[in-house]
Design a protein around this ligand. Structure first.
Ligand SMILES: [Zn+2]
Length: 157
């Protein structure tokens, strides 16, 4: 049986490109495509919100040509970082950086919230069936630390 290794909470993230851990908050970034996607036929807005936010190794796995918008991980973690993200949600329609409009699907940003602020969620989500922006486990949205740690241990063993 392999040794169970549970990451210290809120200090290790897994790169969505290379899948390797990001163990230094100063070496990570969260990147996304420009949310505004215009239909080339009629010029109408198809998407006003990032469909996925990528946690990446900064300067290694990120690519500003394909994911032009980003924040350094150290800017959007911790108590100040939580307030940065909360500001986008509370202000409602906001031009930058997300181009929020009413009625958008906020699952991608909520999943990022969990990755950045819920202890053990980042490691546990790697074992969810769909470890992506829709990766809330079986529709659950509330996890306690014990449940997530047990989920990680059960998945590893
Ligand atoms: Zn990487």
């Amino acid at each position: 049986m392999p040794a169970v290794s549970i990451d210290p909470p809120l200090s290790v993230w897994y790169c969505d490109e290379c899948r390797l851990p990001i163990t230094d908050v100063n070496l990570g970034t969260v990147s996304w495509k420009s949310p505004t996607d215009l239909n080339p036929h009629d010029g109408q807005v198809r998407h006003d919100f990032p469909e996925k936010l990528f946690v990446l190794h900064k300067g290694a796995c990120d690519d500003s040509r394909t994911l032009p918008k980003s924040y350094d991980l150290n800017f959007i973690t911790g108590p100040l970082g939580m307030q940065v993200w909360s500001e986008f949600l509370w202000r409602g329609p906001k031009a930058e950086p997300m181009d929020f409009v009413p009625g958008v699907d906020v699952k991608p940003i909520m999943e990022l919230f969990y990755r950045l602020f819920v202890p053990y969620y980042e490691q546990a989500r790697r074992h969810f069936k769909a470890a992506d922006g829709a990766g809330f486990l079986d529709g659950r949205t509330i996890f306690d630390e014990h449940d997530l740690k047990k989920f990680i241990e059960d998945s590893i063993n």
